[in-house]
Write a protein that binds this ligand. Structure first.
Ligand SMILES: [Fe+2]
Ligand SMILES: [Fe+2]
Length: 154
């Protein structure tokens, strides 16, 4: 897997979440590197441990943000997070049991997790957030106009 670089195309438009995604990309790149060529099981184990810890942290923050903006698909999104968390745990158990996981399977997972989840599911949170912000601004402007003194045009 070529190294994933964060680009504005990956931005969901919510700064805190974008920053956490950048950190996640760095963790995934490190993990992808550790399963290539001269494999280092200690680095792979550490990589999964770091991914799991950061995943728990990031998903929790993202879910709090969804609650704060009353995101309508929050439950489905949380289920998807639970599925991804479980997959990380499954990889850890597999590695512990077999002492080996294939490069292809890890890369496939990282692609699914990073590209599909961030680009498709997380992006929807950003779109909803922007539409909600726009609606709030429009309502505030309308309210201001309604309250404006029609005789005072200044
Ligand atoms: Fe998410
Ligand atoms: Fe995310």
């Amino acid at each position: 897997m070529a190294k994933i670089e964060w680009t504005p195309a990956l931005s969901i438009g919510v700064e805190i979440i974008d920053e956490e995604h950048k950190k996640l990309i760095a963790i995934c790149n490190k993990l992808a590197y550790s399963v290539k060529g001269e494999r280092n099981n200690k680095a792979i184990t550490e990589g999964f441990k770091e991914l799991r810890a950061y995943t728990v942290y990031h998903f929790s923050n993202e879910e709090k943000h969804q609650q704060a903006i009353s995101y309508p698909a929050a439950n489905a999104h949380a289920q998807e997070h639970a599925r991804l968390r479980k997959r990380v745990k499954d990889y850890q158990q597999l590695l512990y049991r077999e002492g080996y996981i294939s490069e292809d399977s890890v890369i496939e997972f990282l692609k699914d997790w990073l590209i599909n989840h961030v680009l498709h599911e997380d992006m929807k949170i950003g779109q909803f957030f922007r539409s909600k912000t726009l609606e709030t601004t429009q309502n505030a402007v309308m309210e201001e106009n309604e309250n404006a003194d029609p005789n005072n045009s200044s």
